[in-house]
Design a protein around this ligand. Structure first.
Ligand code: GUN
Ligand code: FE
Length: 441
């Protein structure tokens, strides 16, 4: 496959690289093997060859090629309640809405209906990789893993662990730490035993969050992550309630608790982090544990803004998550916009009526380029995945996006900014994972 067109890819945390009229050459195994610009010697030859062998996809004038987006934190079973109950505080939302819904995934037929629609919807929004929480049900989580492979989504799928009787309801709980650990191990082995020629699905160690797990479960999950060398996902310092809970039970912050149990590794992704202290952030950086920034969800449940710019400047790994259904939309484009807007709320300003009073946090604002980095290259780095960029050696996980209303003459930077602010699912014309066309509109 050779795709010809103009592209954008993250150059680093702060800059986007335009690639005008480039050729992206994908090998048979789904890797990007060459990226050629018109000035390159081989360009005409490669283009003619691709045409001759009918391997060329030439983008239309108003279409652009971007890396597929990486959703670092999303709850697949919460898809049926996206956009509901966002005015409830976290603990209340979990108990009244979320746990009853997740409990329904003991029914595999229900799971099949939801997961089929959910995976399709992610692809239709330009998401090519998703790190997902499932439920406590091994069979339903296998349905999700199979659906990822069937539709071609790169999926990191987590068997959720929640065994603490004090923080979970009788009808939706692992009945002991041993049961929970056995279920996790069974899920890992079943995923690893399933045929997966494109290496699309990876099992993930998934303690729901500190309050929902006993010490024995947390310790056992740390051991399982090490034994199978697997990624880990959880929530960290999301809300005041959850942060205080860890202090009351352990006398330390939840980040330190997770670290003590071997759950902050270079393969771990922790969602939210709006209440992390400077010391917690340093701990995450030292462990190379990534933070999934969920800017829409953080408004509702974290009531806070993650200081993304400060974290990037410190050298922390950060990506972007939709947190369905703490966030109401599967669109990472909407989360890119919210990441920029929230950072503008956090940044400093002078109070005009009290000129001596500063508010906010100095130097906090981020641009669309940085938010795009989080949703692409930053997410890939968090997963230690060679993807998220249009560059040699990366997986060919790509999307073709149509730009709207190009009547005005626009620079590359203008086109890029417009794409970040105005792209909706209807504008996403095609999605490739591993070089396969997995969605077309
Ligand atoms: N903390 C524990 N479980 C959840 C969940 O499902 N969503 C969010 N946003 N936070 C959580
Ligand atoms: Fe979450």
């Amino acid at each position: 496959l050779v795709i010809r067109g103009s592209a954008f890819t993250a150059q680093d945390e702060y800059h986007v690289q335009p690639l005008n009229d480039c050729l992206v050459c994908v090998d048979a195994a789904g890797w990007i093997e060459r990226v050629l610009l018109p000035a390159d010697d081989d360009y005409d030859r490669v283009l003619a060859n691709a045409r001759q062998h009918h391997r060329l996809r030439a983008l239309a004038e108003d279409e652009y090629l971007l890396p597929g987006l990486i959703d670092l934190h999303v709850h697949a079973p919460q898809w049926p309640q996206a956009g509901l109950a966002l005015d409830r505080p976290l603990a209340d939302w979990l108990n009244v809405y979320t746990f009853p819904l997740e409990a329904r995934f003991s029914d595999q037929v229900f799971a099949g209906k939801v997961y089929q629609d959910f995976v399709k919807t992610l692809l239709a929004h330009g998401t090519t990789t998703a790190m997902m929480f499932g439920t406590i049900h091994v069979d339903a989580n296998m349905v999700l893993a199979d659906e990822c492979r069937r539709q071609g989504l790169r999926g990191y799928v987590g068997q959720v662990t929640m065994d603490n009787p004090e923080q979970t309801p009788d009808y939706y709980r692992d009945h002991s730490a041993e049961d929970a650990l056995a279920a996790s191990e069974q899920f890992i082995q079943r995923v690893q035993a399933s045929p997966d020629p494109d290496s699309l699905v990876t099992p993930v160690i998934t303690p729901r969050f500190v309050p929902s797990c006993t010490d024995a479960a947390l310790a056992g999950l740390g051991r399982l992550a090490a034994k199978y060398d697997l990624p880990i996902q959880s929530h960290v310092s999301e809300s005041n309630w959850e942060s205080q809970y860890a202090i009351d039970r352990f006398g330390m912050h939840d980040a330190e608790v997770l670290n003590r149990f071997g759950l902050l590794t270079s393969r771990a992704v922790m969602a939210h982090g709006t209440q992390l202290t400077g010391r917690d952030m340093q701990l995450l950086r030292k462990q190379q544990t990534a933070i999934a920034h969920c800017p829409i969800s953080n408004i509702y449940f974290g009531n806070g803004v993650l200081p993304v710019h400060q974290l990037l400047a410190m050298g922390n790994r950060v990506g972007l998550g939709s947190d369905i259904s703490g966030g109401y939309t599967p669109s990472l484009y909407h989360n890119i916009r919210q990441a920029v807007k929230s950072s503008r709320m956090l940044t400093d300003g002078v109070d005009s009526r009290r000129p001596a009073a500063q508010r906010g946090v100095a130097d906090s604002q981020i641009t669309a380029a940085t938010a795009f980095y989080l949703a692409t290259a930053g997410g890939a780095q968090a997963l230690n995945l060679a993807a998220g960029r249009i560059a040699v050696g990366c997986r060919a996980d790509l999307q073709v996006v149509r730009a709207q209303r190009m009547w005005k003459r626009m620079s590359d930077a203008d086109v890029f900014e417009r794409l970040m602010y105005q792209t909706e699912a209807a504008d996403i014309k095609g999605v490739y994972v591993n070089g396969h066309l997995v969605y077309e509109n």
